[in-house]
Unconditional design. Structure first.
Length: 180
């Protein structure tokens, strides 16, 4: 069983915000699917894969993830979390595992509640506007050109997810980090 988690905040106020890039990737990948509500989340289960959008707000994402992990007995190394990353240039990515939260409160919550950091992360760059307060920046909306640029790269993000589902984190990291 694999778990693919897209991080974000629920509600229309947060649509197309930088912090919701995880939701955006899963919405794009699964646009034909009907999301169900359970585990304080919206989820889709296809075969042995669960796609999850926690509805607990970013800072409490770990509560929703833990409920799914405990219910389905998912091994931590079979989890891929899609997150925004301030330290990466816009619309670039990096795959990581076994690392700290890097100051990302959603990841911090998951690490604390699972009591591990061995899960894999697809970190998608949102850049950092240092002239704005960080909280205001991550909750600000992408502009039209940003959305176009993200949509042009979505197929690569989908490919990474599908490869992770069929392989392990190490193979996925090795294959795709070299493409950055």
């Amino acid at each position: 069983m694999k778990l693919i988690v897209g991080l974000g905040n629920p509600g229309s106020d947060y649509e197309n915000t930088r912090h919701n890039i995880g939701f955006m990737v899963l919405n794009s990948l699964l646009q034909q699917e009907n999301w169900k509500a359970k585990f304080d989340s919206l989820y889709v289960k296809i075969d042995d894969v669960i796609y999850l959008k926690p509805q607990t707000y970013m800072n409490n994402s770990g509560f929703a993830v833990k409920k799914v992990v405990d219910f389905y007995k998912i091994k931590h190394e079979n989890i891929l979390v899609i997150q925004d990353d301030l330290d990466l240039p816009f619309n670039t990515f990096k795959l990581k595992k076994n690392s700290s939260s890097g100051g990302h409160n959603g990841i911090k919550s998951i690490i604390e509640l699972l009591n591990t950091n061995v899960f894999c992360r697809l970190k998608i760059g949102i850049a950092h506007n240092k002239s704005m307060d960080t909280k205001d920046y991550v909750l600000s909306k992408f502009n039209y050109q940003n959305i176009l640029d993200l949509n042009n790269k979505m197929s690569l993000y989908h490919e990474i997810i599908k490869y992770f589902i069929e392989n392990d984190a190490d193979k996925t990291i090795s294959k795709y980090n070299s493409m950055r």
